[in-house]
Design a binder for this molecule. Structure first.
Ligand code: NAD
Length: 425
């Protein structure tokens, strides 16, 4: 497993749990040192236990030595990051580096599996790099095998996937990879590499579009006096629509949706197709972040010199990941509007501090409320739903709550004396 981040670490630990012997490689030696000692540097439910158990049994090992990992393995997964470049294209530098390192380390037949989210044609590109960098020609296959796990439920998602997609022109590689995944009970789709690569982008862009659609409907609900939560339930009963991803909020974020939408737009441009729908999704999403900040401003009667308590920094609950987090973006906008921002997150404090240099940080949600002119709930952590809001009201300078995740009960909060606003209700 090359790249021991959210995807590589979860995939490596879970494959070890399925009975395979796994070597996880990362170039970050501090990370490898921590992992070798059983310390998992990210927060992901259940991951530490799976890592610990398989470290102890010897089925899982960590190293910085890519050559050792490649030469000792039959399957080589590429799970490095593919961040956006300045115009939204997926930056393939890390994938290219890894492909060259693999080429120098191949000693017999390997299945090389691209699990990173990569532009269309990347399976071919990795193949070409390896072919050109190998000193003597040895047999190998490159396969596209996109990953669909969600942070926050990554271990459970890996072990119970919605589907396994394998994009390959080699029957041998497909047979071997299918065998590797034998312990998983999931529909298997074997297709060509380009279609497999497209499935990943098309899925993420569709989900981003669905969230954006309900955000737009929520904005309209506010204008006409409807409750978007009722509307979403009424829509969700239609099986063609379903209930998932119909929760309005401060706009989508995270390490995948924004970058994958931008990458798909770039791919469309490169191929002469104007994907106006997706362009619109990204614009509306940016507006949703701005609307959220503007609403806090309006509710507080201006933000200059006001103290704003921010609840939540991670891009969604149950993760410490703040990459492209809407909570961070909105908090930055509040700072730009002149507010004093004090934030708390149950798991993402360390990452949040790095991203929000102008903000203050509190030890818990009640300390965030102390002296605040308004509270903004930006990440749907369970613990924010069950705070003692009577106590919160007593601590605040003015009892105002902007619930950007519709987590709280407006009736209860208003009864307690809060000015409450949610999204689309
Ligand atoms: P990450 O940043 O958490 O992890 C990437 C790891 O790769 C890092 O630890 C980094 O040090 C390591 N790395 C980079 N270059 C390296 C090299 N040359 N040699 C060895 N190690 C190297 O990234 P992630 O969130 O795990 O995402 C990885 C890929 O999977 C991305 O393409 C992403 O789009 C895709 N993906 C992510 C998710 C998710 O929820 N995070 C879900 C599905 C797919």
């Amino acid at each position: 497993m090359i790249g021991a981040g959210y995807v590589g670490l979860v995939t490596g630990a879970c494959l070890a749990d399925l009975g395979h012997t796994v070597l996880c490689v990362d170039r970050d030696s501090e990370k490898i040192e921590a992992l070798s000692a059983g310390r998992v540097p990210i927060y992901e439910e259940g991951l530490e236990a799976v890592v610990g158990k398989n470290l102890e049994s010897g089925d899982l090992r960590f190293t910085t030595d890519i050559q050792e990992a490649v030469s000792k393995s039959m399957f080589v997964f590429i799970t490095v990051d593919t961040p956006p470049d300045e115009i939204g294209r997926a930056d393939m530098t890390h994938v290219e580096e890894v492909a060259r390192s693999i080429a120098c380390s191949i000693n017999d037949y390997k299945v090389i599996i691209n699990k990173s989210t990569v532009p269309i044609g990347s399976t071919k590109m990795v193949d070409t790099i390896i072919e050109e960098s190998m000193e003597e020609h040895l047999e190998y296959d490159v396969v596209s095998n996109p990953e669909f796990l969600r942070e926050g439920t990554a271990v459970a998602d890996f072990l119970n996937p919605s589907r396994i997609v394998i994009g390959s022109d080699s029957q041998k590689a497909v047979r071997l990879l299918t065998e590797l995944y034998r312990g998983l009970d999931a529909p298997l789709l074997v297709t060509d590499p380009v279609s497999a690569e497209m499935i990943k982008y098309a899925s993420n862009a569709f989900l981003a579009t669905k969230v954006t659609y309900i955000n737009a409907i929520a904005n309209l609900c506010e204008a006409i006096g409807a409750d978007v939560r009722e509307v979403a339930i009424g829509m969700g009963y239609d099986e063609r629509i379903g209930f998932e991803f119909l929760k309005p909020g401060p706009g989508f974020g995270g390490s995948c949706f924004p970058k994958d939408c931008a990458a798909l737009l770039a791919i469309s441009r490169d191929h002469g197709y104007d994907f106006d729908l997706l362009d619109g999704v990204l614009k509306v999403n940016q507006e949703q972040h701005e609307r959220t900040a503007a609403r806090v401003d309006r509710m507080a009667g201006g933000l200059k010199g006001k103290k704003v308590g921010v609840l939540g920094l991670s891009f969604k609950a149950n993760t410490d990941d703040v990459r492209d987090s809407p909570a961070i973006k909105v908090a930055r906008m509040l700072l730009e509007r002149g507010a004093e921002v004090i934030a708390f997150d149950p798991r993402a404090m360390e990452n949040g501090r790095r991203e929000l240099p102008g903000a203050g940080f509190a030890e818990n949600a009640y300390e965030v409320a102390r002296g605040a002119d308004i509270l903004v709930l930006l990440t749907e952590w369970d613990e924010f739903k069950w705070l003692d809001y009577e106590r919160v009201r007593g601590l605040m300078a003015s009892p105002r709550v902007m619930d950007a995740r519709n987590c709280l009960d407006p009736v209860v909060l208003r009864k307690l004396g809060f000015t409450y606003e949610g999204i689309g209700r």
